[in-house]
Design a protein around this ligand. Structure first.
Ligand code: RIB
Ligand code: CA
Length: 309
């Protein structure tokens, strides 16, 4: 069984990743840390709690970062809705935050890494802000943690928010830059592989026809994401299971083929957020990342459907 902390910006495919993790017998989900990203952090915290409660899970949720390290974040709601869940839940109310723990997500991450060390895999499916702050606060965790699986980047394929950049690293390129320079044991699950794991209208139709409260709710918010993909990425014929695949890779490392590469994050305006090989690689001078370049799509999709709802 793999012990996981999921750091996410819930987000439609983050919600699917949570469902997949919760129902995976091979995963012990220790806790979930919420970061701003696809919606402001109060929303991602509330969305996470809602998904867990629908799935009858008592896994704890910690509220994390409110904004990128340096840049500002604006929200347009195009892919995930203004509330992050396809506009299904609307605005956050005071009571949604009533049981928010006093411990910050960054401190929870640090504490759990000290407790479980190499046994722990941290899966990050949003911007890398919480993790960057954790390493800044306690650099020792870099050597302690077992593995970091991050959904983000695009090495051999175009970006999804610019010609070069993927959304999670583009939102906080400075956090990503810091994390990739930190010597953490990183596996990068980027668009190179996540665009090969697609959910179709037919798949979502099957959830709807199960006719339960949970399957109906999942079908409704996922339909919003499918419609956004139809408009913005029509060539894909489905919506990408970015964040669930990161959970899949944490669960079954052999789902993907990886190559060791020294990744650096472009923080210059023309290519900001881009993942590219660092040719100068001064520190450290060995590859800092296992980059996923191939995925066993069939094995992943079968496992995802078996667990999700
Ligand atoms: O680029 C894909 C990523 O951006 C996913 O994590 C998705 O949830 C969005 O946050
Ligand atoms: Ca996400």
């Amino acid at each position: 069984m793999v012990k996981i902390i999921l750091d996410c910006d819930t987000g439609i495919d983050d919600a699917l990743a949570i469902g997949y993790a919760i129902n995976s017998p091979e995963i012990e989900l220790l806790g979930i840390t919420a970061c701003y990203g696809m919606a402001p952090v109060d929303y991602t915290f509330r969305n996470t709690k809602t998904i867990l409660s629908m799935l009858n899970s008592n896994v704890g949720v910690w509220r994390g970062s409110e904004k990128p390290l340096i840049l500002e974040k604006e929200y347009d709601g195009k892919i995930h809705g203004m509330d992050g869940l396809g506009n299904m839940l609307g605005s956050v109310k005071e009571y949604d935050l009533e049981d928010c723990p006093s411990t910050h997500a960054v401190d929870y991450i640090i504490e759990q890494i000290h407790k479980f060390k190499k046994e722990l895999t941290l899966v990050v499916t949003g911007p890398l802000t919480n993790l960057a702050k954790a390493v800044k606060k306690d650099p020792e965790i870099v050597q302690l943690v077992g593995r970091v699986v991050t959904m983000g980047g695009a090495l051999t394929t175009p970006g999804n928010v610019s010609k070069y950049a993927e959304a999670n690293y583009r939102i906080d390129p400075h956090a990503a830059d810091f994390v990739f320079k930190s010597d953490l044991p990183i596996t990068m699950v980027g668009l190179d592989v996540t665009r090969k794991t697609l959910l179709t209208e037919e798949d979502v139709g099957k959830w709807r026809s199960k006719d339960t409260e949970v399957s109906g709710f999942f079908a409704d918010f996922t339909q919003f994401y499918l419609d956004a993909y139809k408009e913005l990425h029509p060539y894909l014929k489905g919506c990408a299971l970015h964040d669930p695949l990161a959970v899949g890779v944490a669960k079954f490392p052999d789902l993907v083929k990886t190559i060791p590469i020294h990744i650096q994050i472009d923080t210059e305006e023309d290519g900001i957020g881009r993942t590219i090989e660092d040719l100068y690689r001064k520190t450290p001078d060995t590859p800092n990342t296992e980059v996923c370049i191939q995925v066993d799509t069939e094995k992943f999709m079968n496992d995802f459907f078996k667990c999700i709802i």
